[in-house]
Design a protein. Structure first.
Length: 511
């Protein structure tokens, strides 16, 4: 079998199809693991809280290695590191699917996260490089289809696998699909020389930056368990910041820096990074808090909530190619700001959610959010790649993904912390106004139910459960109003940043 079985004109499109498929796969995988946690816990007789590391460990490995992976791709070739990443992800998926114990499964997920970190930066830059300049934005936008549809299909697809087979197939199904992607990539891309750059890889800088990011993200993820004001949380984050400062200090005089020196002085690139990170923070907050609102306040099941989110996830996925394509044809600020305006409208409407939410109003709100994300996120991504030199494109992409990951982590932690931190005082006040005579134990149980992701009403012993639920719903809506207000402010901030900083000529950049 030779690579010439695929006509030359079709190779970029075949490669794009496989990369969209790969992005879809990793997004389905992430969301499907979420719904499989309880079954995994029962099968392996593992503690559910510890199994949360299947999610956080994956993100930790991903965020800590993604910049180094981008640099490796710039030095040793996009194709080579992409293939390595897919192979590692496939091997780790087999590892997870065959795991017979909790520690082995979590270790497999860490390796899977490393594989994802290896293939994501070169995935985007390889697609960017195989298309002509007037189609690059479209190609990058098409990858957003995989993101949107993966997020939409993940719970349904994962639920079907759990129903028909077992949780192990959430991982095992990745293996043949990754192998197919490997074959198509080999057939559609030219073999690279052993090195595409004579630059040396900064191993010490990679270890320092990776350790710093892992420590900071770990501290952020544990805020929900340890508390926002916990000394332990801020000590861990402080250690991470100290390592990050050490990385910056030791990199100052190095001839071969892990992150190119001029990257952070590139205003257009930084505009994309800052704007994209803010939107990722908003996106995460919306996914988490509106998901809780639909289930805990309005009483929809997890499956029904997933269906209600379809106006957002499907519009996000279907509009992504157009967002990127518009960057090919006009000033990148036009589609970026247009998308952010739609997102701003969505977050503004979310300020009016009530305890008796109207489903049509909610779906319109989510559709506006999806339109905004579908236009703005691919526009940010395509514009970012047009602002940097092609020799450091994978490194720049890794930095871009790193900040987006941090934004997503912060969005989850701060939105849930804000819900609990602002909601509990409101709930306490409402119990007094409504003359609920609660003992200290009952009040503590009420707060525990309010602060949990899934409400265990059995804890509300000796009190008027209907009234307690009503007051919890009112408290949630009041607290979440502040979440949506902050999301609105962040979206407006991203809009201003995009308009002021993302100034690139229509045909800038080469690949």
């Amino acid at each position: 079998m030779t690579r010439f079985m695929i006509p030359e004109a079709l190779r970029p499109w075949a490669l794009l199809s496989m990369m969209v498929f790969l992005v879809l796969l990793i997004n389905i995988d992430y969301t499907a693991v979420n719904i499989a946690l309880i079954l995994i816990s029962k099968d392996l007789e593992a503690d559910l809280n510890t199994l949360q590391w299947l999610l956080s460990g994956y993100i930790l490995a991903w965020s800590s290695a993604v910049v180094a992976a981008g640099k490796l791709a710039d030095i040793f070739g996009k194709r080579r590191i992409l293939l390595l990443g897919i192979a590692v992800f496939s091997f780790a998926s087999l590892w997870c699917g065959l795991a017979q114990s909790e520690p082995v499964l979590i270790a497999g997920r860490l390796v899977q996260g490393l594989g994802g970190a290896l293939f994501v930066p070169p995935l985007y830059t390889l697609i960017f490089s195989v298309f002509p300049e007037n189609k690059q934005g479209m190609a990058i936008g098409a990858l957003g289809v995989g993101v949107g549809i993966g997020l939409a299909a993940g719970p349904t697809f994962g639920g079907a696998l759990l129903e028909v087979l077992s949780w192990r197939w959430i991982f095992l199904i990745n293996v043949p699909l990754c192998l197919l992607t490997l074959v198509v990539t080999l057939l559609c891309t030219e073999k690279e020389p052993p090195r595409v750059s004579e630059e040396k890889f900064d191993l010490l800088g990679s270890v320092l930056l990776g350790s710093a990011l892992m420590t900071i993200v770990y501290g952020i993820n544990e805020m929900e368990n340890w508390g926002l004001t916990s000394l332990t949380v801020w000590s861990v984050i402080g250690v991470g910041v100290l390592m990050l400062l050490t990385f910056i200090w030791t990199s100052h005089n190095k001839p071969n820096k892990l992150i190119p020196e001029g990257l952070f002085y590139n205003k257009a690139f930084m505009g994309c990074v800052i704007g994209y990170t803010a939107v990722e923070l908003v996106f995460s907050a919306i996914l988490v808090t509106i998901g809780l609102y639909l289930q805990n306040v309005l009483g929809y099941s997890a499956y029904e909530s997933g269906l209600i989110f379809l106006p957002m996830t499907l519009t996000f996925g279907l509009l992504s190619p157009f967002g990127g394509k518009m960057v090919d044809r006009m000033d990148a600020r036009i589609p970026t700001c247009l998308g952010l305006i739609f997102l701003l409208l969505g977050t503004c409407l979310a300020l009016f959610f009530t305890t008796h939410g109207n489903l049509t109003f909610i779906c319109i709100t989510l559709a506006l959010v999806g339109i905004g994300l579908g236009i703005s996120l691919p526009s940010f991504n395509a514009a970012m790649m047009k602002t940097v030199d092609h020799t450091v494109l994978s490194t720049a992409s890794g930095v871009f993904v790193m900040f987006a990951t941090l934004g997503g982590s912060l969005g989850v932690v701060f939105s849930t912390s804000l819900l609990v931190g602002l909601g509990e005082p409101v709930l306490t006040s409402l119990t007094q106004v409504n003359h609920m005579d609660l003992s200290s134990v009952q009040l503590e149980n009420l707060m525990a139910v309010f602060g949990s992701a899934y409400r265990e009403l059995d804890l509300l012993v000796g009190m008027n459960v209907d009234l307690a639920v009503k007051l919890m719903n009112e408290s949630f809506v009041q607290a979440n109003w502040w979440n949506m207000l902050i999301s609105t402010v962040l979206t407006a901030f991203s809009l201003i940043v995009a308009f002021l900083l993302i100034k690139i000529p229509k045909r800038q950049g080469s690949a």
